[in-house]
Design a protein around this ligand. Structure first.
Ligand SMILES: [Zn+2]
Length: 156
């Protein structure tokens, strides 16, 4: 298990490197386009710690080499409900890839995450954003971000 911490907010993420490897494979499969989806996991330590259990690819999306947009449709919501009921997994955020680039967030990414944070149905105050920068040769880097009070900050 690896972990990253956001000292300022006192938030922590635990994750398995295997998840990153799996996402890199998915990223390469969709090259040169971006791809992404949802992060499912659990909370601990009074919601100060998020534990990533699995990442899934969105089913309803539009993408290009410089964009990724998904829609949370009825089926996706049903999927979340099922995951919660059967495995006690929460929706904890979003992930997507940056082909031929790094894991720095764009203004589009910021706006999208802000919408998630302000969406009452998503029910989470601090959604996680995971971005993977990669090229045809493999992973360049990856970063975790969190949004808090309309400000985005990175986990170190
Ligand atoms: Zn992005």
């Amino acid at each position: 298990m690896s972990s990253v911490v956001n000292e300022e907010l006192g938030l922590k993420i635990d994750y398995d490197e295997n998840v990153i490897n799996q996402l890199t494979e998915i990223a390469l499969k969709h090259y040169p386009n971006e791809i992404g989806g949802f992060i499912l996991g659990k909370y601990a330590e009074e919601n100060k710690k998020a534990i990533i259990i699995e990442c899934v690819v969105a089913t309803n999306y539009k993408n290009s080499p410089i964009s990724f947009k998904h829609k949370v449709d009825y089926e996706t919501k049903e999927f979340f409900v099922r995951k919660f009921n059967e495995d006690n997994l929460h929706y904890i955020g979003e992930w997507h890839t940056h082909p031929d680039s790094n894991s720095r967030y764009s203004s589009t990414d910021f706006n999208a995450l802000q919408r998630v944070a302000n969406n009452n149905t998503s029910n989470i105050e601090n959604p996680i954003l995971l971005i993977l920068g990669f090229s045809k040769k493999g992973l360049n880097d990856y970063s975790f971000y969190v949004i808090e009070k309309n400000k985005i900050s990175k986990y170190g």
